[in-house]
Design a binder for this molecule. Structure first.
Ligand code: ZN
Ligand code: ZN
Length: 117
């Protein structure tokens, strides 16, 4: 059986380094199954920087977390829509565009507000 899978780019909140998250389509949802360190040149070459996804994202039990700091959660920036790892603190900072905001945990709807932090 053929699986639909792809890779989204993310940055580590602590190490400020790039990594890839492998996602797999299961019914209508995307499930994060794997994460690996990635070089920017490699991401460009593979076209990972041009992918866009919408829908619900879930984390598989097997998902190892961020390859740098081990954080299993992610937050999606409300300003640029890119992904950062998220260690559970309530204040977040986007490593892509520099926006700050408040993150909510996975139990509530993911929502990030920018502003005077
Ligand atoms: Zn990390
Ligand atoms: Zn951002």
């Amino acid at each position: 059986m053929k699986k639909t899978a792809s890779v989204i780019l993310a940055k580590c909140n602590q190490e400020k380094k790039l990594y890839g998250i492998r996602i797999e389509k299961r019914e209508d949802d995307w499930v994060r199954t794997w994460a690996f360190k990635l070089q920017e040149e490699m991401a460009e070459k593979e076209g990972f920087d041009k992918t866009n996804f919408s829908g619900s994202f879930y984390t598989d039990d097997e998902y190892p977390g961020c390859p740098y700091c081990g954080a299993k959660k992610c937050f999606i920036c409300g300003s640029c829509g890119k992904v950062n790892c998220y260690d559970g603190t309530d204040k977040v900072h986007c490593n892509w565009c520099g926006a700050g905001g408040t993150a909510y945990n996975d139990d509530s709807k993911m929502d990030v507000t920018g502003g005077g932090y």
